[in-house]
Design a protein around this ligand. Structure first.
Ligand SMILES: Cc1cc2nc3c(=O)[nH]c(=O)nc-3n(C[C@H](O)[C@H](O)[C@H](O)COP(=O)(O)O)c2cc1C
Length: 275
């Protein structure tokens, strides 16, 4: 299965694998196949808290080390028909919902997950109902970052879902500096969306991200050559990143700082000073 192959290659590269709750592989199966490696679980909050609690318990029991809550996808636009037949992990909720025979799990869960926005109270509920650290994914502004900090999240992923959700949102590399300025001293700030090669990783780290994640590139590798394909994609990005460090003259990760890149905010700063 794609999730297990991807999780295995991420483990071989020493990275963090984030398992989607919409995956068609059971979270327990991914956990079993990659025992001992670092894995986080991505959740959407359901309107039904009993279902949320059941899922949280399974995630904790399976050994995932953090819960990533996706906040930038409150409206369903994936499931236009009855085609999503099998959401492996979530299928276990079938006995809790009263699901008509003609309705796929995709339709059912999209109604219950995407039907309502997650509120600050929901987020606080999650933080208080799991022993795992909670990471908020889909943050693009300092206001958003401050809210999830108030809710008790331990980290944020600056993300626009790889640009797949809403046209005209800022690129994450542009949103990163204001999020870092707002919460960088208290939360772990991470970034995804648009990481394609070494220079992207370098810029994100320089502007304050502690971790970067990839989505699409991993899937392209998976499509080409399964576990080995994802492994090669990760290796390529890592090798390229190391070359960028060398060429730019930064020998260690800690030597990469805000001053290692020129960002347009510098120019705005200069303009402000001179007016
Ligand atoms: C096919 C596909 C499925 C995705 N499914 C989810 C998901 O279920 N939950 C989620 O939080 N993000 C999902 N994402 C978004 C990724 O988690 C991530 O934010 C994004 O892919 C990063 O940008 P990149 O593709 O440019 O690397 C998905 C992305 C792709 C390409």
């Amino acid at each position: 299965m794609g999730d297990i192959a991807t999780a295995k290659s991420v483990a071989r590269q020493g990275g963090i694998y984030i398992q989607s709750s919409l995956s068609n592989t059971l979270l327990e199966d991914v956990a079993k196949a990659t025992n001992g490696s670092v894995k986080w679980f991505q959740m959407y909050l359901n309107q039904n808290r009993t279902i949320n609690k059941l899922l949280i318990d399974r995630v904790e029991k399976a050994g995932f080390q953090a819960i990533v809550i996706t906040l930038d996808n409150p409206v369903n636009h994936y499931v236009r028909n009855n085609n999503f037949k099998d959401f492996g992990t979530l299928n276990r909720g079938r006995d809790i919902y009263d699901i008509p025979n003609y309705e796929s799990m995709g339709i059912t869960f999209s109604k219950h997950i995407f039907g309502a926005s997650t509120t600050l109270d929901d987020l606080k509920w999650l933080v208080n109902n799991t022993k795992l650290p909670v990471v908020a994914k889909g943050i693009l502004t300092k206001e958003g970052a401050l809210k999830v900090k108030e809710a008790g999240c331990k980290g944020v992923i600056v993300s626009n879902q790889g640009g797949r959700e809403l046209d005209s949102v800022p690129a994450t590399i542009e949103a990163l500096p204001e999020v870092v300025a707002a919460v960088g001293d208290s939360l772990t700030v991470m970034l995804d969306s648009g990481i394609r090669g070494g220079p992207d990783v370098f810029k994100a780290l320089a502007l304050g991200a502690e971790y970067v994640f990839i989505g699409s590139s991993a899937q392209w590798g998976l499509a080409v050559d399964g576990e080995e394909g994802v492994f090669q994609v990760l290796k390529l990005i890592r090798t390229e990143f190391e070359k960028v460090m060398g060429l730019a003259g930064f020998p260690t990760l800690s030597s990469i700082t805000r001053n290692s890149v020129v960002h347009k905010s510098y120019y705005y700063g200069l303009l402000n000073q001179s007016h």
